[in-house]
Design a binder for this molecule. Structure first.
Ligand SMILES: CC(=O)N[C@H]1[C@@H](OP(=O)(O)OP(=O)(O)OC[C@H]2O[C@@H](n3ccc(=O)[nH]c3=O)[C@H](O)[C@@H]2O)O[C@H](CO)[C@@H](O)[C@@H]1O
Ligand SMILES: C=C(OP(=O)(O)O)C(=O)O
Length: 441
């Protein structure tokens, strides 16, 4: 158990390196189950708690996984069981992404229901609708979803009612080994979908149209392990862009891909932040007061919901009143109450939050209620008067590699403290069984 202490008021400067994308590496690890022959080598796999959990899910299925220095080697030649237990799936919703690969390769899968979480109910009906269209029989019982098919899944025409990232990925993986052609209409277009399609194609799949609303998958008989480098994390990059903007600093975000960050770049520029792009990353700088903007979250290429809370923290420091509308998740304003504890002026009205910029933020004891809420609290703390103590750090560890080291490397006054040293030691020991990195070995 840890907490993060931030003393606000420092300007930032220098470079920060962006790690591989959490939301790309998780489906890619799940897709490795499809490699009947050979080994997959996945480079730039960020050392995050979520990555450790999905590796454990694969190991529980009998897959061999080795994770050293941001490189994962997966050997999925033999699968022992097709059941992913509640103990693992409850820790991370993305574990449900093993359903598609298991079902299509093994003809069956039994996965614990992932359930809701702090940001919304997050149903999986679109995943199941896709599997059923391909001929699977689905049964729900005792907290598990069981899917079975006689022989191979059959290619189908699938229209998603919502452009779900997870459903697009799960169906794309299942369709890769199905008999015939599958089309996914109203598919999600996120860069992480494209990265997964590139990985699957390198394994031998035939996928076209990833990154557009219409994906076509011609099923093949066999997929084999391959070598792949994960794309940089656009949400981590966006979070450091806001760290630069909120502290009126000058920071180079190494590895950030401008094309993946268009809506974030455009909103920051509208506010008066200067951004320079080159082939290696983005320079974000400003020393002037910022103008407020309105922001509405939408599926890609719209403004990402995973950047909504961080953007809200920034709007608190801008001149004027801005409105943030969350359209992707129905309950993603949990950070508001915590920001209000820091003297933020925010009113929530249904799916919109009205943010009055300009009131002085004050350090407080706050709690990260989810991953991006935690990021927003740290960002607000960077400019708050006095000391902020952030608890609920396990959420932040799901998605940010070494956030305290990275920010203190840029000059922030931030440190991570152990609340109960004995408990943390035990936690670190468990993690080191599954992951060896220079800092942990
Ligand atoms: C591991 C990962 O990649 N996580 C990302 C992924 O989550 P995830 O894949 O879970 O998000 P989805 O795109 O599926 O969810 C978007 C919306 O669709 C709804 N929905 C989804 C599936 C379904 O079967 N039925 C349904 O109604 C959800 O409740 C939500 O309101 O995309 C989200 C939206 O960009 C991001 O916030 C998450 O960081
Ligand atoms: C909501 C997020 O992730 P997940 O879908 O893994 O909960 C996120 O990355 O902000």
């Amino acid at each position: 158990m840890s907490k993060i202490i931030v003393r606000g008021g420092r300007r930032l400067s220098g470079r920060v390196r962006i790690h591989g994308a959490k939301n790309a590496v998780l489906p890619i690890i799940a897709a490795s189950i499809l490699g009947i022959d050979g080994e997959s080598v996945i480079y730039d796999a960020p050392l995050l708690d979520d990555v450790i959990v999905i590796n454990k899910v694969l190991e529980s299925l009998g897959v061999e996984v080795e994770y050293i220095n941001e490189t994962i080697r997966v050997n999925a030649q033999s699968i022992r069981t097709c059941e992913a237990s509640y103990e693992l799936v409850r820790k991370m919703r993305a574990s449900f992404l093993v359903m598609g690969p298991l079902l299509t390769r093994m003809g069956q899968a039994r996965i614990s229901l992932p359930g809701g979480c702090a940001i919304g109910t997050r149903p999986i009906d679109q995943h199941l609708k896709g599997f059923e269209a391909m001929g699977a029989e689905i049964e729900l019982g005792q907290g598990y979803i069981e899917a079975r098919v006689n022989g191979r899944l059959k290619g189908a025409k699938i229209y998603l009612d919502v452009a779900s990232v997870g459903a697009t990925e799960n169906i794309m993986m299942a369709a890769s080994l199905a008999e015939g052609t599958t089309t996914i209409e109203n598919a999600a277009k996120e860069p992480e979908i494209v990265d997964l399609a590139n990985y699957l194609n390198a394994m031998g799949a035939k996928i076209r149209g990833a990154g557009t609303g219409l994906i076509r998958i011609d099923g093949v008989e066999k997929l084999t392990g391959t070598v792949h480098t994960v794309i940089p994390d656009r949400i981590e990059a966006g979070t450091y862009m806001i760290a630069a903007a909120i502290t009126k600093s000058d920071v180079y975000i190494e590895g950030a891909i401008g094309d993946h960050l268009r809506p974030v770049i455009s909103k920051l520029q509208e506010m008066g932040v200067q951004i320079e792009e080159d082939e290696n990353g983005l320079r974000v700088f400003t020393d002037k007061p910022l103008r407020t903007v309105d922001v509405k979250t939408l599926p890609y290429p719209g403004f990402p919901t995973d950047m909504q809370s961080q953007m809200m923290a920034l709007l608190l420091t801008a001149d004027g009143t801005g409105i943030v509308t969350e359209t992707v998740f129905e309950n993603r304003f949990m950070h508001v109450e915590q920001l209000v504890n820091m003297n933020a002026q925010i009113k929530v009205d249904g799916r919109s939050a009205i943010i009055s910029g300009g009131s002085r933020l004050r350090g407080a004891k706050v709690c990260a209620t989810d991953l991006r809420a935690g990021a927003a609290l740290i960002l607000a703390a960077l400019v708050a008067e006095g000391e902020t103590e952030v608890t609920g750090i396990h959420h932040i560890d799901r998605g940010y590699v070494n956030i305290t080291d990275k920010l203190s490397g840029l000059g922030a006054d931030i440190q991570r403290l152990s609340i109960e040293p004995a408990a943390e030691e035990a936690e670190a020991e468990t993690i080191s069984i599954f992951a060896v990195s220079p800092s942990m070995a």
